[in-house]
Write a protein that binds this ligand. Structure first.
Ligand SMILES: Nc1nc2c(ncn2[C@@H]2O[C@H](COP(=O)(O)OP(=O)(O)OP(=O)(O)O)[C@@H](O)[C@H]2O)c(=O)[nH]1
Ligand SMILES: [Mg+2]
Length: 453
């Protein structure tokens, strides 16, 4: 998310830090770079202008320039203003006493409303809530069926009265079922259009009047660029928008346009969708994202992801093993599986402070972080016997040959894996596992890089 923006800004900061005395001129130079970086990230030009003006007002202040640490002060001002730009929020949904809470999703065709409905249902279930889903998209054939399918995948109940083709009645029916059936949230998926038309707006208004939503979330497709801003404004004017979901932030989208929606419409980003899978939805923590963009890493998000993938008991067991130096190839295989559960490898590694740069370095060297490579590693471990997995020292030349044959790899690859496993074992011991990571210890990149090659 925002990778190239992040690169550019970090360059600017490096220059400010390394460039000796800060003057009005150097600040102006830095501002010009920041302005270019934001525009290149597709942030709306009006938003950029306002941003730069605010930073300039605060930075070109004699108190700042004459202070002992002008560079740090400027970085802090940029950080503050970035937070304001991202809509300083903790993300998620604001508290309400309304039961059931009705959440209505709005947006253009294909923006991700139906997918987000199911993702949101899953997320709420994990928060201990009892959501009910309903589709009001009676236009597009198979739209109702689509929600039924993803709802089922998400393990969330879907209200789907057969043959009911009145969108208002479908929504109102879901609300009635929720009240009687102990559901505390109703998620209303709505129809989309390629362009905003009166017909759709009329339909959405009627649904809104029937179910009085607490949340009217505008789903902004990060790939659509500046158009997202116009349509968000229109939805806001005609229906009202209480929060934004940025979808498809995993693509090559620069994301700046969707981000500008916040400034233009004046509502916070509630969630970010970063993939097609149902777990690819996260509350938007402005401070964490800003930290990541400014190169301070995002260990908290990483820990949350890890916590979702690993139970606390498993983590404790693993820590204990690492401490006793009992970490085996079997544990290693479990770890690889867990990492795969957490999501695309690059995305995970990108959250670690300092690793973002290493990843880019690796890419530059064409050392692709290869998920297939992980599967090969897993295949090698699968070809070992239980005994070998528990004690890698057993694996002599004869056994290596057998394992290579069994996994369709070569003895060299088996050798390499074993070497890296031993290296990784050392690294883990030194770090004290994930807990070490949380305490800000830097993992040894050499071992990690070796493993991905
Ligand atoms: N990569 C990626 N794809 C997504 C994301 N969210 C949704 N998609 C995909 O985008 C496409 C459209 O998503 P839908 O949820 O059907 O969009 P919609 O707004 O309901 O579309 P209509 O009902 O036609 O208006 C689907 O192929 C989804 O899998 C995301 O965060 N990342
Ligand atoms: Mg849909």
């Amino acid at each position: 998310m925002f990778e190239s923006l992040s690169d550019r800004l970090q360059d600017v900061f490096r220059n400010i830090r390394g460039g000796g005395k800060l003057t009005e001129e150097t600040v102006e130079l830095a501002l010009r770079e920041i302005r270019m970086a934001l525009l290149e990230a597709d942030v709306n030009f009006k938003v950029v202008k306002a941003f730069i003006d605010r930073v300039r007002d605060r930075a070109v202040d004699q108190d700042v320039l004459k202070s002992l640490t002008p560079d740090q002060q400027v970085v802090r001002i940029v950080r503050d203003e970035m937070l304001a730009l991202f809509g300083d929020t903790q993300g998620g949904l604001p508290p309400t006493s309304e039961r059931p809470r009705v959440i209505m999703l709005l947006g253009l065709q294909g923006s991700g409303k139906t997918t987000t409905s199911a993702k949101l249902g899953r997320w709420l279930t994990k928060q201990g809530r009892h959501p009910l889903l309903v589709s009001t998209d009676v236009r597009r054939p198979a739209a109702i069926e689509q929600l039924a399918v993803v709802g089922k995948q998400a393990g969330v109940r879907v209200h789907d009265p057969a043959g009911e083709m009145d969108p208002v009645k479908r929504a109102a029916g879901a609300l009635a079922v929720a009240k009687n059936g102990g559901f505390d949230v109703v998620i209303v998926d709505t129809a989309g259009r390629l362009h905003i038309d009166d017909d759709l707006m009329g339909e959405l208004q009627a649904i809104k009047a029937a179910v009085t939503p607490v949340d009217q979330l505008f789903v902004a497709d990060a790939m659509t660029g500046q158009d997202a801003i116009k349509s968000a404004g229109e939805f806001n004017r005609r229906i009202g928008v209480t929060g934004v979901v940025l979808s498809k932030m995993d693509g090559d989208a620069r994301g700046g346009a969707a981000l500008s929606v916040v400034s233009v419409v004046g509502v916070p980003i509630a969630f970010v969708g970063s993939g097609e899978r149902l777990q690819d939805l996260e509350p938007f923590h402005a401070d964490r994202v800003v930290s990541r963009v400014l190169g301070m890493g995002d260990v908290l998000s990483l820990i949350e992801k890890a916590e979702e993938a690993v139970s606390i008991e498993d983590a404790a067991k693993l820590e204990e093993k690492i401490r006793r130096d009992d970490f085996t190839l079997e544990d290693f295989r479990d770890q690889l599986r867990t990492i795969r559960k957490m999501g695309p490898l690059e995305q995970i590694l990108g959250m670690l402070p300092g690793i973002g740069g290493a990843i880019k370095e690796m890419k530059a060297q064409k050392e692709q972080i290869d998920e297939k490579q992980m599967l090969r590693v897993e295949a090698i471990i699968n070809s070992m016997t239980d005994k070998e997995r528990r004690n890698h020292q057993l694996i002599n030349g004869q056994r290596r040959k057998r394992i290579a044959r069994g996994s369709g790899t070569s003895v060299e690859e088996v050798n390499k894996l074993l070497k890296q496993f031993i290296q990784m074992k050392k690294m883990l011991k030194a770090m004290g596992g994930m807990a070490g990571l949380a305490k800000g210890k830097r993992p040894n990149l050499g071992a990690l890089k070796g493993l991905m090659r």
